[in-house]
Design a protein around this ligand. Structure first.
Ligand code: SF4
Ligand code: SF4
Length: 319
């Protein structure tokens, strides 16, 4: 659904010479580290002025105050490392850490081994593990996209992600290991979605977000980095990727035709891709968007578990 959207001319003057496609490596066949593109320090990204425009324009008082709270949480030091590490096996650490995450606001938790191709250029990650946390959104609020209720809900869940990752990192340090935490909406040192896919969160949807067996794509992500002895999770197949091949709801629903109907080669991986250059202008001007999430049938009440059951049954019959 291409709308009659015409970007504010001010935004157009702030566009850099390089495209998002180029920065993201669309069409590149070699695996490489991602280049920071948005939600990073404006000084180190080509779209820094455009990002500054987003922060300067719009955003309700409510969104601003939730964001300020989130930033405060992120800046608060976590617990000190204690000297005694419990003598737990990797299985016990994994069980206890996941339990600790779920008791500290996370709705989903998964573990992946850090890969260099998830670390942004210019950043360093030395930890072995990334623990991904998922924070469920209230989908009724997302149905207001691109309206103010959606923006409040998105910001609220990023705030919860900041608290959950802060509390989990504190818990880890109280058990004698070090940890680093990160919660959105600002980008951290790593791409989270590919790590969350490896950590068994679900499959990538055509709208560029993960589709999970419980929450569909109605959740946000946060993470903790650590060297605690852990056991990694495995990627899962729930039939979402195949479902997306035959569904066009987000493609048709996107006001600026930014959802590619077919997969693209991006830094050596063939995957669903959102056209950053089209999306970002609309996103910026509406202080956020999420229309593609609002359109996704996996997010309707109870749909994700139902679809997962049906599609995984079909997948196993076809094997
Ligand atoms: S978030 Fe971007 S891709 Fe999704 S509907 Fe809005 S403009 Fe389109
Ligand atoms: S709206 Fe349809 S195509 Fe888009 S992510 Fe959801 S299921 Fe996939």
């Amino acid at each position: 659904m291409a709308s009659n959207f015409t970007p504010n001319p001010e935004q157009l003057t702030l566009l850099p010479d390089i495209t998002g496609k180029k920065i993201n490596g669309v069409g590149e066949t070699e695996i490489r580290q991602p280049t920071p593109i948005f939600w990073h320090d404006p000084e180190r990204i080509a779209h820094g002025d455009l990002q500054a425009w987003f922060y300067k324009n719009g955003r309700s008082e409510k969104v601003r105050s939730i964001r300020e709270e989130t930033m405060k949480v992120m800046a608060t030091p976590i617990s000190e490392v204690t000297q005694e590490k419990p003598d737990w096996s990797a299985t016990q650490w994994t069980e206890n850490l996941k339990q600790a995450a779920l008791e500290r606001e996370a709705d989903l938790v998964g573990i992946a081994k850090v890969r260099p191709e998830w670390i942004f250029e210019g950043f360093e990650v030395k930890e072995k593990w990334i623990v991904i946390l998922g924070l469920a959104m209230v989908f009724e609020e997302i149905l207001d996209a691109p309206g103010p209720r959606t923006q409040v809900e998105v910001q609220t869940q990023y705030g919860r992600g900041a608290r959950a990752s802060h509390k989990l990192a504190s818990w880890i340090q109280e058990q004698g290991w070090t940890a680093k935490h990160h919660g959105g909406p600002r980008a951290g040192s790593m791409l989270i979605i590919p790590a969350a896919l490896e950590a068994g969160f679900g499959e990538l949807g055509k709208h560029g977000s993960i589709i999970n067996r419980q929450y569909g794509s109605s959740f946000r992500l946060a993470y903790v980095l650590t060297d605690v002895p852990l056991i990694e999770d495995e990627p899962v197949e729930i039939g979402a990727d195949r479902f997306c091949t035959n569904c066009q709801l987000c493609t048709k629903g996107c006001p600026v035709d930014a959802v590619s109907p077919t997969k693209e080669m991006v830094r050596g991986v063939e995957k669903w891709y959102i056209d950053f250059d089209k999306c970002i202008l609309y996103f910026n001007e509406h202080n956020g968007c999420a229309v593609c999430l609002a359109k996704c049938p996996w997010n309707k009440d109870g749909a994700a578990p139902r679809l997962t059951d049906k599609l995984t049954r079909r997948l196993s019959q076809n094997r």
